[in-house]
Design a protein around this ligand. Structure first.
Ligand SMILES: [Fe+2]
Length: 210
């Protein structure tokens, strides 16, 4: 079962887009970013999703969340031209708040796959873990978790099936319908991100033989 795979065939984003993203990331690192400003994906948090609590070894832990910002129509057009004709939600994602070390087990319900290009790992040993809920399929194509909000709060209910340190500067495809968490985050973790409905329409699948 595919959890994640790096895809070096996809070109690096244009420098202008990376520079624009890094300028935003700098506002987080130098303390001038408005942390209270609603991100473009604020709708995800209207249900209290951001305040969810995880249970691990008898300890309650709060979780980070991803704030996603559009960084321009030119990036959306670039993803459609270079990655997938129906790529959506192209933008910059920043993991906040900085004081929390991780983002607990969840699925991304709104997308089948994510494609991330990490700009700042947020630490030297930031791990992305993948889980199987005991007694359940690995891919949760039609499930939204015990709370109905796409997260699984109790670590004892899930077992690790993959554990990777993802590096910066390359596109990584993530199967977001397998439970996953991110652990050991220290700083602001940030990446360019794109949502994909399938893996059938990458450019190399649609070349016409000559
Ligand atoms: Fe996720």
């Amino acid at each position: 079962m595919l959890t994640q795979i790096t895809i070096p065939q996809i070109p690096h984003p244009p420098k202008a887009i990376i520079d624009r993203a890094k300028a935003i990331i700098e506002t987080y690192n130098n303390g001038t970013a408005d942390l209270a400003a609603a991100p473009d994906n604020a709708y995800i948090y209207n249900s209290g999703y951001a305040d969810r609590v995880y249970h691990r070894n008898g300890v309650e832990t709060k979780t980070r969340r991803q704030h996603v910002f559009s960084i321009g129509e030119d990036f959306e057009k670039w993803t459609a031209d270079n990655i997938h004709p129906f790529a959506y939600e192209a933008g910059l994602s920043v993991s906040i708040p900085k004081g929390l070390p991780g983002q607990g087990p969840h699925c991304d319900l709104r997308r089948r796959y994510a494609l991330n290009y990490i700009l700042d790992c947020g630490g030297d040993n930031v791990r992305t873990l993948w889980y199987k809920e005991k007694g359940c399929p690995i891919e949760r194509l039609h499930d939204s978790g015990p709370e109905g909000k796409s997260y699984w709060a109790d670590y004892p209910d899930v077992e690790v099936i993959d554990d990777v340190v993802l590096g910066p500067g390359i596109w990584v495809l993530l199967n977001t319908r397998i439970l996953h968490s991110v652990e050991n985050i220290i700083g602001y973790r940030s990446f360019l991100t794109v949502s994909l409905p399938d893996m059938f329409q990458f450019p190399w699948n649609n070349r016409i033989p000559v």
